[in-house]
Structure formats: C-alpha cells, structure tokens
Design a protein around this ligand. Structure first.
Ligand SMILES: CC(C)(COP(=O)(O)OP(=O)(O)OC[C@H]1O[C@@H](n2cnc3c(N)ncnc32)[C@H](O)[C@@H]1OP(=O)(O)O)[C@@H](O)C(=O)NCCC(=O)NCCS
Length: 182
C-alpha cells in the first residue's frame, strides 16, 4: 500500500508488547487516566488542551481525515491505551515529523523506544517516506535517549527557537531511510 492509502486506512502495527492502532471511542476512559496529566507536556511548550482534558472530544466529527497518522499505543495484554504516536507535517510524501507521549506511570519500561522504533520501521518499509524528524527540548533527556536508541541523529541545535507555544533551546533529530537500512 502507498502512504496515501495508509492515510485513508490507518495501519495497525504490532510489537512484542504493544499494538499501535487507531483510537476508538471505547478508549475514552483509558485516555482520561493520563491525557490530562500536565507533567507529560513539560517539554511541549503547552498545557493540556481541550481534547486532552476531555478525550471524548477526539471522537467528535472529523469532516476530512487529516493527512497524518495518529495511533494509540495499547498494551497488548489488556488492549488498554497507554500513549499515542503521530506521524504528521507530511511533506510531499517524502518527509514527516514524529512525536509520541506515554502515560507517566509507564515511563521507563522501554515502551517509548519500542513504539518509536516500530513506527520508524513501518514508515520506511511500508511507505514512500524518506526522512523522519522531530524537535526536542534540550532538557528532555528521555526523548533524546529514545531517538538515539532508534537510530535518529542529532542534526542540530536551535537556540531560543519557537516550539509549539514556547521559546526554548531545542535539538533537531532526524533519520533517513538509508540510515535505517544500514
Ligand atoms: C519521551 C517518552 C515517550 C519516553 O518514553 P519511555 O517509555 O519512558 O522511554 P524508554 O523507557 O523507552 O527509554 C527512556 C530512556 O531515557 C532514559 N532516561 C529517562 N529519563 C532520563 C533522565 N532524566 N536522565 C537520563 N536518562 C533518562 C532512560 O534511562 C532510558 O534510557 P536507557 O534505556 O538507555 O536506560 C516519555 O518520557 C514521554 O511520554 N514523555 C512526555 C512526552 C514527551 O516528551 N514526548 C517526546 C516529545 S515528541
């Protein structure tokens, strides 16, 4: 399938312990447990927004599906959603940004690395994407670490640049499909 086909028919990606899959209205209670937690957004330059405080809003009318992947990260044993991951800002089906967040109570168990690695593999093996990248606040050590473990290169430092709603020093991390195949 091409990237455009996956945009219309969102993929499900399985790892050893997780399933990355489209979010469903039946996930609302699970999302409510962690999505409003302010601490997740410390390095995002924002507070929880309306839909994060009230995840039921995520399932209200979507006139036109966004050109992105937004998948829930579910624990395979329970099917409970413990985080989510995006591939967005897709440019000419060649370059896209990645981002993810996990419930605080599951941090440090390797789920971030497992999710990002699976999504990166999917993008390069199943779609035409050639570059994935992201911006990371320099203080966000866990995020830098998982990106590096997944093969992303720290490509640069932006000093006091704009990240979402804040101004901070942030790194650019990127990976090419050719890096991935090495
Ligand atoms: C970033 C995030 C997804 C990482 O998920 P996770 O499941 O905790 O990550 P992992 O367990 O796979 O790996 C975390 C790594 O960072 C390291 N780490 C975590 N906090 C650290 C700290 N304060 N200092 C040094 N290393 C740290 C861990 O030791 C681990 O590395 P190791 O495997 O070499 O020991 C999670 O912290 C999160 O959701 N943060 C809030 C949202 C966010 O900032 N998202 C990233 C922006 S896109």
């Amino acid at each position: 399938m091409s990237l455009n086909e996956y945009i219309d028919h969102k993929p499900t990606i399985e790892t050893d312990r997780l399933i990355l899959r489209p979010l469903l209205p039946s996930d609302t209670d699970a999302l409510k447990e962690w999505m409003p937690d302010k601490s997740i957004y410390t390095y995002w330059g924002k507070n929880p927004g309306r839909a994060e405080k009230d995840p039921a809003l995520l399932f209200e009318k979507i006139a036109k599906p966004a050109k992105s992947f937004h998948l829930g990260i579910a624990d395979k044993r329970t099917n409970k959603v413990i985080g989510d991951i995006w591939v967005y800002r897709i440019e000419q089906n060649r370059m896209a940004t990645v981002a993810l967040r996990l419930a605080k109570k599951v941090h440090g168990r390797g789920y971030g690395t497992e999710s990002l690695s699976a999504m990166t593999k999917f993008c390069f093996e199943k779609t035409e994407l050639k570059r994935l990248w992201t911006e990371v606040d320099v203080r966000n050590t866990a995020s830098c670490r998982i990106l590096e473990k997944c093969g992303y290169t720290r490509e640069g430092l932006i000093r006091q640049g704009r990240m979402v709603n804040t101004w901070c020093d942030y790194y650019i991390y990127g990976i090419l499909d050719t890096d991935f195949r090495i």
